[in-house]
Structures are given as structure tokens and as C-alpha cells.
Design a protein around this ligand. Structure first.
Ligand code: H79
Length: 601
């Protein structure tokens, strides 16, 4: 029974859009569906790779605290969480006076950070317009002492700097308006006339945005709520009528849009073709939070950018400027540092396509015709980097930064590159590999395991699943709305419901096998089997009992345990199969996130 309620809440949240499950399967196309003109239209976007999202509104002034109460988690939802009456929120918003705002400074930071497009909130769910609107007086010019139109200033600065500008616009939710979505504490939900809201506020404000701020790159819709397909199509048509070149985000709803957005804080599990974007925030809140210092380091941003590019998409990373209009110090600093890395490595990011070869223990790849870029995060101990499943002929390898040539050997489809004793950039050193011939796509290849790395992670999303096994994303949050995603193998109930991996050990040795999973009381006393089998050799079975880590609740952190199950002796290099299954039929085994293979020293 409880399970059902939880599910209902999650489904309700999903229906709102952002937490939406992946409708898109790797390999599908977005923005190019049978319409040649469309891919031309998305070209700038698919080449841009790195965008800056800005969440800015009265919630930045509150910074997580309103009416004497503190709210941890995503701050742009503060009005909703606090059930602040709409007129009181409007009154408190009069304190929003971002006198330190300087559009040129923001754009300078973006430029120095290697950002190619900026998307800023023109109206979030609170209904407050960050521009001079004639449609509603609940806007920054008419309802605050600030009196300036920051979007005008930002549009001018972006134009000057050659950065594309987009506007986020929440088209369905509007907690200020009786007929807008979301506010059920002031206004009776049963009496709402959403179509009147579209006609009288959201469509007219979109007209203002597309008419008064020059050429726009994107209208970034969010949370379509209960919009019909016709309504979503009407919003999309409106944008295209006013600015044919302007792209529309997939959160316009109902499967429409010029490009695909994944969930908040979500990267797809594998390669996705077409135009898409992963959106993250720099800390854990979109709007400014005075309590949130969990900023991603330059290393994390640089690696995430490379990972997203290796799957074929863009990374749009959010900053929440404060109520004075200042970009938080750590955001400025770590974005700029990312920009310094990009300056030296831009060739390996901008304009690249997804990697034809699966990720490796050392890192990920991006591609251009005749070139493969190896983004090396981890140096193999012996300095010899293996690139398997390479069907072209490698002709030259060099460090992208500085151009120093590297020794290259190829034997069949194995390419070996000899690395310097220390990587020039421990966060991500890029090797540019020139080749002739063609690279075939090899996404499902054995994992390279060996003594050259401290440990190898086998994520469940790259396992082969059998029987009823369902590899799915478990969405959860820490404080509130700060979504995290963990992909897990679930629903393994009987021995036929298994997952397996192919491993290619490059060196003999003893290896420890550890499972990382979550399990609650419904997995009590469950036992499983880990099967390890060398090619042409005898299978070894290792039995284990599942340990409990706590109840899954999408509004709480999801905790995982690392449990070591086996030590296997690998006598000679070669291929092995690794399989995990329940020992007997019964309840679900556990929620397995990944398997770790670790050489014993
Ligand atoms: O703008 C940022 C978020 O505010 C916005 N999308 C990003 C880009 C967003 N809007 N809605 N959501 C994200 C989904 C949020 C759902 C929840 Fe809830 C809000 C879950 C918990 C708080 C729904 C409403 C379930 C409980 C209350």
C-alpha cells in the first residue's frame, strides 16, 4: 500500500516534467526527425556543447529564507513550500533590488568560461517576470525599486559578445495567478481555467520576449503540467512564427520540441543521437541559496562536460546569482577555471560528436572526422593506455595541449598509446588521435580490467539484462527537489533474472569483486550468486546474502553499501563472464548500482 502512495507521488512529480523518465532510448534522434531543415536549425546548438543556465528572480533575494523560516533544497520553490500567499509573496518581492547587477560582467564571466549560450529565467513558477512586461505588472520593473529591465541589458551584452541568448519561461505553472498551474493554497484547483491563463498571460508574454529582445536562440519551456498536445503545439508554433530560427526545449511537453532535455541533474546512460542537453546546477539549488556551498569543482565540471559530449550532447550548467545580482564567488571561479581548460582543449569539445567506442577505465572519447579525442581522467600505472575495438588505422597521437607527440602502436583493433610519466592535467588530459579508415560503432564491448587501475566500475546501465531484470533510474533527493539519479538493476526475482558483463583481463592477478547496492526490508534474507567464468574454463560460484541499507523514498537520500563477494585468481590475460542472479525464486534481490573489480596489491 505504502509503495503505491510513493509511486503515485513520484508519478505526479514526473508528470510535471523534469523528473520525467527517459522517454528517449539511446540511439533515437531528436531535432532531426525526418526534417533535413531542422538539423540545420539545431547546428549551432549541437556544436555549442557548453551552456550557462541562470536562475534569477525574487527567490534569489530570499535565498532560502522567507517569513522567518529556512528552507533547504531548491530555493526557487520557496513560495510553494512555504505556501506563501500570493499577495504576501508579491509584497516581499518588493525587497528585491539587485543594484549590483552588471550584465556585461556576467557575460564576461560566461565568455571566459567557454560558454556558447546562456538561458536565463524570464519567468519561473512564482509568476514573476524578470522583464518589463505590459501583460502583467508582476514584473521587475513595475513591482520592485530596481526599475531596470535586466533581460534587455543581458540581451545587449550577449549580442556584443557573440553569445546566444535563450529565455526560460514556465508556461503552465504560475503561482501568482488564479488560473496558473501549481498554486492550490490561494486558488481552488478545480476552478482553474488554464486555457484562459495561456491566452491572457503566458502566450502574450512569450510574444513580448520574442518581439523585444532581438534574436533569441532558445525558448526554454519547463513543466508542461496538464497541457494537451494541441496546447504544446500552439506554444511551439507561436515561437516559430515569431522567430523561425529560435529553438524550443522538449519541456514544451507532449513529445514536442526542437531538442531533448533530460531530467534535472541527469545524464543519459549511453549515446543519444540528435540534439540534446543535460542540465545541472553548480551546487544543489537552481536559485541562489545562502546555505548551499556544494559547488562542483573544476575537475567535476570538466569531466562532466567531456562525459556529456562523449554521449553526443550539451551540458548546460546553472548558476544562481544572489539577490544583489552577484554571481557567487565559487561559481565565477570554477567556471573560469573550466574556461582555462577549454581554451587549451577546445578542439576536443566544440563541434565534436559522440564516441563510437564505449567508455574505458581511463576515461571517455569525443570524435570528429578522422580524429578521436581521448579524454584521460586516470593514468594507467604502467603508462600504457589501451584503446580497444578500434577499427580504423591510427596514424598519429599527440597531447592536445602543447602538441607533444606520443608513441603509438596498433595490433589489430588494439591501439596502445604511451603516456608521459605524469599527466599534464590530472583532471583531464586530452590526446588527439589521427586515423584513416572508418571507426565502426562499438558500444557493447568487454570491459577492460587489469592491474593498471586502482579499481574498475561496471555500472548497471552497461550490463546485459536477462529475464525480468529492469535496469532503471532511481530518482531521489537530499533536501528538497535537488534530484539525484542512480541507475540500478532491479526486479531480479528468480535465477533467470540476471545481469552479466564481459570482462577482458589484461594482466593476471587476484581481483576482488564488490557489489554496490541498496536494499530495504523487502529484500530481507535474500541470497544471490555471483558467477565468474573464464572463457573455456570452469565456472566458480560465490554465494552472498543481501544486507539492508534502508527504505527507498524519492524524497530522501538513497544509500548504497559496498559488499565484497569474491576474490578471483586470473591466471592469464583473457576474457571472463561475470553474472549476478538470485539463488532461488522469491522477492526482489536488491537494487544493484554497480560492480567493482579491484586488483589486490
Ligand atoms: O527550474 C528548475 C526547477 O525549479 C524546475 N526545473 C529546473 C530546471 C522544476 N520544476 N519542477 N520540478 C523541477 C520538479 C519538481 C518537483 C518537486 Fe515537488 C518539487 C518535487 C518536490 C518538490 C511536486 C511538487 C512534488 C512535490 C511538490
Amino acid at each position: 500500500m505504502k509503495m503505491d502512495i510513493r509511486k503515485a507521488v513520484l508519478l505526479a512529480a514526473m508528470a510535471m516534467g523534469p523528473v520525467a523518465a527517459i522517454a528517449q532510448q539511446p540511439g533515437e534522434l531528436w531535432g532531426q526527425q525526418g526534417d533535413a531543415g531542422k538539423s540545420e536549425k539545431t547546428k549551432w546548438f549541437t556544436e555549442a556543447k557548453f551552456g550557462m543556465f541562470l536562475h534569477w528572480g525574487p527567490y534569489a533575494h530570499f535565498g532560502g529564507e522567507i517569513r522567518g523560516k529556512r528552507y533547504y533544497g531548491i530555493t526557487e520553490w520557496i513560495m510553494h513550500r512555504d505556501k506563501t500567499p500570493a499577495d504576501e509573496y508579491a509584497r516581499l518581492s518588493q525587497g528585491f533590488n539587485p543594484s549590483a547587477f552588471n550584465a556585461e560582467e556576467w557575460v564576461n564571466i560566461a565568455k571566459a568560461s567557454g560558454i556558447k549560450y546562456i538561458v536565463i529565467t524570464s519567468k519561473h513558477h512564482d509568476g514573476f517576470a524578470m522583464f518589463d512586461s505590459k501583460v502583467s505588472d508582476f514584473d521587475i520593473v513595475d513591482a520592485t525599486p530596481f526599475k531596470r529591465d535586466p533581460l534587455k541589458e543581458l540581451a545587449a551584452a550577449c549580442k556584443k559578445a557573440g553569445i546566444k541568448l535563450g529565455f526560460y519561461y514556465s508556461q503552465f505553472q504560475d503561482w501568482h495567478e488564479p488560473n496558473g498551474g501549481g498554486n492550490g493554497w490561494d486558488f481552488n484547483k478545480d476552478k482553474k481555467d488554464y486555457s484562459s491563463y495561456y491566452r491572457n498571460k503566458s502566450l502574450p508574454q512569450i510574444t513580448e520576449l520574442l518581439s523585444n529582445y532581438g534574436d533569441l536562440g532558445i525558448i526554454w519551456f519547463d513543466t508542461p503540467g496538464n497541457m494537451s498536445k494541441e496546447e504544446s503545439a500552439e506554444f511551439m508554433a507561436k515561437v516559430h512564427r515569431l522567430q523561425p530560427g529560435c529553438l524550443v526545449s522538449s519541456r514544451v511537453g507532449n513529445g514536442l520540441g526542437d531538442f531533448k532535455d533530460f531530467g534535472d541533474g541527469e545524464v543519459p546512460t549511453g549515446v543519444v543521437k540528435g540534439a540534446w542537453e543535460a542540465i545541472f546546477t553548480h551546487n544543489d539549488s537552481w536559485g541562489y541559496s545562502s546555505f548551499d556551498q556544494n559547488f562542483k569543482s573544476p575537475k567535476e565540471i570538466i569531466r562532466l562536460l567531456a562525459e556529456v559530449a562523449s554521449k553526443g550532447g550539451n551540458l548546460m550548467m546553472n548558476i544562481g546569482p544572489d539577490g544583489m545580482g552577484r554571481i557567487p564567488g565559487p561559481s565565477e571561479q570554477y567556471f573560469r577555471e573550466t574556461g582555462r581548460w577549454l581554451q587549451k582543449n577546445e578542439e576536443a569539445i566544440y563541434g565534436t560528436g559522440y564516441s563510437p567506442i564505449a567508455p574505458q577505465p581511463w576515461g571517455v572519447m569525443t570524435a570528429k572526422p578522422g580524429k578521436l579525442y581521448l579524454h584521460v581522467f586516470t593514468r594507467p600505472h604502467n603508462g600504457r593506455l589501451l584503446l580497444p575495438a578500434f577499427t580504423g588505422k591510427a596514424t598519429k597521437a599527440r597531447l592536445l595541449d602543447g602538441g607533444a607527440p606520443l608513441k603509438l602502436q596498433q595490433s589489430g583493433t588494439d591501439v596502445w598509446v604511451t603516456l608521459p610519466a605524469t599527466l599534464p592535467d590530472a583532471r583531464n588530459t586530452v590526446i588527439a588521435l589521427d586515423y584513416s579508415g572508418t571507426l565502426e560503432e562499438r558500444h557493447d564491448i568487454p570491459f577492460v580490467a587489469g592491474t593498471q587501475y586502482e579499481s574498475l566500475a561496471l555500472p548497471s546501465e552497461r550490463a546485459r539484462a536477462y529475464g525480468a531484470t529492469d535496469v532503471k533510474r532511481m530518482t531521489h533527493s537530499y533536501y528538497f527537489g535537488d534530484w539525484k539519479h542512480a541507475t540500478c538493476a532491479t526486479n531480479m526475482r528468480e535465477p533467470g533474472d540476471s545481469i552479466s558483463y564481459r570482462l577482458r583481463f589484461t594482466e593476471p592477478g587476484d581481483y576482488k569483486i564488490t557489489l554496490q547496492y541498496a536494499a530495504d526490508t523487502s529484500h530481507k534474507k535474500r541470497e544471490g550468486i555471483l558467477e565468474m567464468k573464464p572463457q573455456g574454463g570452469a565456472q566458480q560460484d560465490f554465494r552472498f546474502q543481501v544486507l539492508l541499507t534502508g527504505k527507498y523514498d524519492s524524497h530522501k537520500p538513497l544509500l548504497f553499501i559496498d559488499q565484497t563477494i569474491a576474490v578471483v585468481s586470473v591466471k592469464a590475460p583473457g576474457e571472463w563472464a561475470l553474472r549476478i542472479r538470485p539463488d532461488a525464486a522469491g522477492k526482489e534481490l536488491f537494487r544493484l548500482r554497480q560492480v567493482m573489480v579491484e586488483p589486490l596489491q
